[in-house]
Design a binder for this molecule. Sequence first.
Ligand code: ZN
Length: 240
Amino acid sequence: MQENIKQLNTYIAESNYIVFFGGAGVSTESGIPDFRSKDGLYSQKYKYPPETILSREFFRSNASEFYEFYKNKMLFLDAKPNAAHLKLAELEKIGKLKAVITQNIDGLHQAAGSQNVFELHGSVHRNFCVNCKDSYNVSSIIASHDIPKCDCGGIVKPDVVLFGEQLNNNVISQSVQHIANADMLIIGGTSLGVYPAAGLIDYYDGDRLTLINKSVTHVDRRADLVVYGSIGEVLGGVRV
Ligand code: ZN
């Protein structure tokens, strides 16, 4: 067995408060494109760049076009959890893993069985009326023509953090708390270039900071263990 895979298994065996922090790379292995990768959404050609369409301002001024893009390009409801999602759910079930913190909005961790999931950027599965706050599921968004509307007449908005919007303070503070309590922090599928990822890991105070990525990141030198590879293959291969 590769030395660093062996070390990963040892760390997990010795830890009782594992926290996982995941980025887009966790979802790409389930077939969901990475927003920020070269071949992801951001390099595709639209009338406006995706970061413009997915902004608070654009949603306010042009909800119809927002939803045309959103329904076509942001919803991947056929995607299934991969080996990484499943292993993390298993680690939670046996009491080793206490929290999953994710930048993804697809709900795949919950689909895999994870309970304690902190979604920094929200979820496509929650939607609410901007007027009366009534909630709607994602199927009603898909079924809607043009802009999804509430029974009260208000526009229904996905509970997804758009560009220009603040992250949820409650989600942030609970994430910070878990990271501060963790005896092992596993970071996977993210280059940690996107706010607030890099800042959050500063709260980790243990000596089992583990990175799993396909390529080098700027925090590799801070890590106690770096594993290069597919997150599904690496985590999926962990023995519990
Ligand atoms: Zn309403």
